[in-house]
Design a protein around this ligand. Structure first.
Ligand code: ATP
Length: 227
C-alpha cells in the first residue's frame, strides 16, 4: 500500500533529511518510526501527506504517485489519510462532537450521516460523556482521543501519528497506544513516529529506525537499537 523507493530529500538550507530511503508498508500494518532528533522522521510524514516533495525517488500510496501530485489534487489525496500530532490542534470554540463533525462537514457529507458517524467515533474513543465539552475542559489524554477520533472520522486507510504521546504521562500514553491498536485492528494502517522507547518495547510492532536520514534498522518483530 505504501512504498518508498530510494527517496531522497534535502531542504533549501542544504540539510539532507532523507537519503535513499526505501520502505514498503502493507495494508493493515502498525509500524513505528523511531530515531534521534533530526533523523528525518517528520520529513517522511510530510512526504507521505503531500506537504513536502521528494527530490528523487518514488513515493506510492495506494497507487498514487505522491511525489508528482499536482498541488490542487493534494487536498483530495489527503482525504485518505488521518493525521494526529503531539499538539492536539482542536478548534477551541467547538465542542468535542463539533470538532469531529467539522472534519466531515468540510467533505460535504450529509448531516444525518455525520450525526451517526460522530456517535460511532465517540463510542470508539470512549468520549460519549464528553460530547458537549470544549477542548479546554478536557485532560491532555482526552484531547488526544478527540484528535484521533477526528482523524479517523472519514475512515481513512492510513493513520499517521507524529509523537501522539509526546505531551502525555506514561499512563495516558498507554491509553493512546491501546486506542491506536484498536483502530489498527479495525483495518486502518497505523504509522507512528515516536521517541518513547518504553512504548515501543511494550507494544511490540514493526519498528523502522532512522539515523541521519538513513534507514538503519527495520525490525519486523519490534524492538530497537539505541543510538
Ligand atoms: N523546513 C525545513 N527547512 C530546513 N531544514 C529542515 C526543515 N525541516 C526539517 N529540516 C531538517 O531536516 C532534518 C530532518 O528533520 P525532521 O524534522 O524530519 O527530523 P525528525 O527526526 O522528525 O526530528 P525530531 O525528532 O526532532 O522531530 C533535520 O536536520 C532538520 O533540521
Amino acid at each position: 500500500m505504501i512504498e518508498l523507493k530510494n527517496v531522497t530529500k534535502s531542504y533549501p538550507n542544504g540539510v539532507h533529511a532523507l537519503n535513499r530511503v526505501s520502505l514498503a508498508i502493507e495494508d493493515g500494518e502498525f509500524i513505528y518510526i523511531i530515531g534521534p532528533t533530526g533523523s528525518g522522521k517528520s520529513t517522511i510524514i510530510k512526504i507521505l501527506n503531500g506537504e513536502e516533495v521528494p527530490d528523487s525517488g518514488l513515493v506510492l500510496v495506494d497507487g498514487v504517485d505522491v511525489g508528482s501530485l499536482k498541488h490542487r489534487k493534494v487536498p483530495y489525496y489527503r482525504r485518505n489519510i488521518g493525521c494526529v500530532f503531539q499538539d492536539y490542534r482542536l478548534l477551541p470554540t467547538l465542542t468535542v462532537q463539533e470538532n469531529i463533525a467539522f472534519a466531515l462537514e468540510v467533505l460535504g457529507i450529509s448531516k444525518k450521516e455525520i450525526r451517526s458517524r460522530v456517535d460511532e467515533v465517540l463510542e470508539l474513543v470512549d468520549l460519549k460523556n464528553k460530547a458537549r465539552a470544549y477542548p479546554n475542559e478536557l485532560s491532555g489524554g482526552q484531547q488526544q482521543r478527540v484528535t484521533i477520533g477526528r482523524a479517523i472520522a472519514n475512515n481513512p486507510k492510513l493513520l499517521i501519528a507524529d509523537e501522539p504521546t509526546g505531551n502525555l504521562d506514561p499512563e495516558k500514553s498507554l491509553e493512546i497506544i491501546a486506542l491506536l491498536e484498536k483502530i489498527n485492528q479495525l483495518g486502518t494502517t497505523v504509522l507512528m513516529v515516536t521517541h518513547d522507547i518504553v512504548l515501543v518495547e511494550k507494544f511490540k510492532k514493526r519498528t523502522v529506525t532512522l539515523d541521519q536520514g538513513y534507514v538503519v534498522k527495520d525490525s519486523k518483530k519490534g524492538g530497537y537499537i539505541s543510538l
